[in-house]
Design a protein around this ligand. Structure first.
Ligand code: MV4
Length: 450
């Protein structure tokens, strides 16, 4: 097992990783920017190293400074968390070259999954269902039109280096192909330094369902069920749950088996997520693989009774995947609400402010993952998430009720937050019925006066 882990991240996930290390008896090193000096991940780590000024490029994205912090503190592994350098093949490579165990996959796997057109081809060849479409990258807009004419409209053009909806265009007919192709390619080139585009059939109002997998170096690859992540706004998830209200045991078995097969195909090691689109007939299609721990991992932890960060660290310490996980039983239902310092009444404008009063809920089945506290100044340089509220109960109806009361008990003064917005969703009949898809928030009307 590792002796000391450096956490190359901040905020709630920084703290979450520290907690897992403490339970495993591993010492911790926090790195921080000057904007995060008073952050809890700094306070609760055994050691902390300031690595630079607030801009991420000079701190949490600065590889030489992070490596130097690992060297002076004599860490033996580096956990990248999510975001920042978590899916950087370059960082994975440099960690290894400097004799740190990167607590994520090898560089080859990160780049193979980072190239979405290539990842899709790999999965198709392996027999994992993918969205019907052209094979591989398009040669230009003429190629796009030819393929679109052949498969029929509407189609989606997607950036191969993309993700998060950037460089993505919906095309309704042949007259739109040229301009859609050019703007998608230009947007991808600007955002990712790569303008490659691929094409697929448009699936109207799908669900976003993802499967958590864990793989050890001894050939054991398992899935831990699915997460329902369809409640998103502009490709930002707001609410996640496990299990999905529309996935029964038979579908879980099919999608879980497909996810395990996908992970095995690339020789994956560690914790990973396979994202799928699911249509109204419950057909599912591979979308992409995330080679990191995700924000929403706690809902899986709550219903499977495991600590995914501890398991992830154990996998990279070359330990075996425990038997009890290999035939996990789902225990009830879990829901997570992301609490962001944003004004939901004003287009979710970030609201970095000093938290003047702070009270978090508790009781059976209630969990809070947050680095915030009374007196904490929310920095403006990073994402606006100040915590996650997670509940578990014996079924979905009861989990919603538990979440409603937990939201009610939460007091955060200073910034505006997404709490009242979550309360409105928890009371929405469509949400409560489980009958929703990725278009839910497009038509959801939030009235701050309710
Ligand atoms: C799609 C799609 C419909 N058809 N692909 C959005 C981000 C990205 N990674 C993939 N996305 C989509 N791809 C086809 N062929 C609809 C979406 C989509 C979406 C997917 C997941 C979660 C929320 C979404 C919101 C709008 C569109």
């Amino acid at each position: 097992m590792f002796n000391k882990i450096l956490i190359a991240n901040r905020g709630e996930i920084g703290l979450r990783i520290i907690r897992a290390c403490h339970e495993l008896g591993i010492k911790t090193v926090a790195v921080y920017s000057t904007a995060d000096e008073l952050s809890l991940h700094v306070k609760f780590a055994d050691e902390a190293v300031c690595i630079g000024p607030p801009p991420s490029t000079e701190s949490y994205l600065n590889i030489p400074r992070i490596i130097a912090a690992g060297e002076i503190t004599n860490a033996d592994a580096i956990h990248p968390g999510y975001g920042f350098l978590s899916e950087s093949a370059q960082f994975s490579k440099i960690c290894a070259e400097n004799n740190f165990t990167f607590l994520g996959p090898a560089p080859g796997i990160i780049s193979a999954m980072g190239n979405k057109a290539q990842a899709k081809e790999t999965m198709k060849t392996a027999g994992v269902p993918v969205v019907p479409g052209g094979d591989g990258v398009l040669s230009g807009f003429e190629d796009a039109r030819e393929k679109a004419d052949e498969m029929g409209y509407p189609v989606m053009l997607k950036a191969s280096a993309g993700g998060g909806g950037r460089g993505m265009r919906l095309v309704q007919d042949g007259t739109e192909v040229e301009s859609a192709y050019k703007s998608a390619s230009q947007e991808a080139l600007t955002a990712f330094g790569n303008g490659d585009i691929y094409i697929e059939k448009f699936i109207k109002n799908p669900r976003h369902i993802e499967v958590q997998i864990l793989a050890d170096v001894h050939g054991n690859t398992i899935h831990l069920g699915e997460r329902e992540c369809s409640i998103q706004r502009r490709h930002q998830k707001l609410i996640e749950e496990s299990p999905s209200p529309i996935v029964d045991e038979a579908v879980r078995d099919k999608i879980g088996t497909a996810a395990v097969h996908a992970a095995k195909t690339v020789g994956y090691v560690g914790a990973g997520t396979i994202e799928f689109l699911m249509d109204k007939q419950k057909n599912f299609y591979f979308m992409e693989m995330n080679t990191r721990i995700q924000v929403e991992h706690p809902v899986t932890e709550m219903v499977t009774g495991t600590d995914l960060i501890k398991q992830q660290i154990r996998m990279y310490a070359r330990l075996k995947c425990p038997k009890y996980l290999q035939d996990f039983k789902l225990r009830g239902h879990s829901i997570e609400c992301r609490i962001n310092a944003e004004d939901p009444a004003n287009n979710f404008t970030p609201f970095p402010a000093k938290i003047t009063s702070f009270h978090m809920p508790g009781g059976k089945g209630v969990r809070v993952d947050s680095h915030a506290y009374a007196g904490y100044q929310i920095p403006s340089q990073y994402d606006s998430m100040i915590g996650k509220l997670i509940v578990r109960a014996k079924n979905r109806d009861r989990a919603i009720i538990r979440m409603q009361h937990a939201l009610e008990e939460t007091i955060i003064e200073g910034p505006k937050t997404t709490i009242p917005y979550h309360q409105a969703i928890m009371g929405n009949e469509k949400f409560k019925s489980g009958d929703f898809d990725t278009s839910f928030l497009e038509t959801f009307i939030y009235n701050p006066m309710d």
